[in-house]
Design a binder for this molecule. Structure first.
Ligand code: ADP
Ligand code: MG
Length: 280
């Protein structure tokens, strides 16, 4: 089996964009699956009360079951709520359930409300027997407390951008919020990656969106784009990533190529983060 280069340190990556339906969850689960399928040890943390990442990776997330909600509220540890994805031995998943939608209000008065997830993740990684190469956090479509918690727990942001007319609308607001988190809570936070999703090579618009993102963020956007395919959208209804559901199709191949690009950039990204932290 092919192996991708492994990062010298754990890469902590929040997948965020306050717009819904741009491919956050799809990209989280399929990049994580592709990396795990190529030798990396990966953890996916579902931070969306919808629990779509949990579903797509075949992990139960009914209301009342142990989930990231219990971790944020201090009842359980990440080690206690994580499951192994049934399709990949080196892919672990921390599910989210609808219960999580109550957390924003329930923790709102805690002085450490922004760093609840960071405290749990740091403790988990320090105590874990296995070394994780990647931790991905799938964020809900908002800029609320759950997303702030994700931004405080990681060093990197991965922003999926849907290749459509209003693609860059709202991006300024997201970059603003990231700036506020950098200033107040997490100086290491770096937008390391943008991924253009639902790309349609037959349309000029898709190409234009890619070029525009590339012009604004030349070193951040991946050269690989993800095409719109039926298999990608079908896979979650079989509780599978497209990597497991249709391993030789265009969707799996594209997410595999994007994952390889992410892996190859590891040392550059880790260096950029170290520089940010030194300057802070
Ligand atoms: P988000 O997490 O940002 O809300 P999702 O990843 O859930 O977005 O994607 C939104 C919808 O688009 C889902 O139904 C998903 O299956 C579909 N989708 C995402 N990426 C693709 C793609 N490349 N091809 C086809 N359908 C896709
Ligand atoms: Mg989602």
């Amino acid at each position: 089996k092919q192996t991708f280069p492994k990062p010298s340190k754990t890469r902590l990556i929040a997948v965020a964009n306050q717009k819904g339906g741009v491919g956050k969850t799809t990209s989280t689960v399929n990049l994580a699956a592709a990396l795990a399928n190529n030798g990396a040890q990966v953890l996916v943390l579902d931070m969306d009360p919808q629990g779509n990442a949990s579903t797509a990776l075949g992990v139960r997330h009914a209301s009342g079951e142990p989930s990231v909600y219990d971790v944020l509220e201090g009842r359980l540890t990440l080690a206690e709520v994580k499951h192994q994805c049934p399709d990949f031995e080196t892919l672990d998943v921390v599910p989210a359930s609808i219960d999580l939608s109550g957390a924003e209000l329930e923790v709102a008065d805690l002085p450490n409300r922004n760093s609840l997830l960071k405290e749990a993740v740091d403790k988990f990684l320090a105590e874990s027997d296995v070394h994780y190469d990647y931790v991905f956090i799938d964020c809900p479509p908002s800029l609320g407390l759950l997303v702030i918690n994700a931004m405080c727990a990681v060093h990197e942001m991965l922003i999926p951008i849907q290749a459509e007319y209003y693609a860059l609308e709202g991006l300024g607001q997201l970059i603003n919020t990231i700036g506020l988190v950098q200033d107040h809570f997490n100086p290491s936070l770096t937008v390391s990656t943008m991924l253009v999703t639902m790309f349609d090579r037959r349309t000029l618009l898709s190409r234009e969106v890619f070029n525009e993102v590339k012009n604004h963020y030349p070193s951040i956007v991946l050269e690989t784009t993800i095409p719109r395919t039926v298999k990608i959208s079908e896979a979650p209804s079989f509780s599978k990533s497209v990597i497991a559901y249709d391993p030789h199709g265009m969707g799996a191949i594209s997410y595999g190529e994007a994952a390889l690009e992410i892996a190859r950039r590891s040392e550059n990204v880790l260096e950029a983060i170290a520089t940010r932290m030194k300057e802070a």
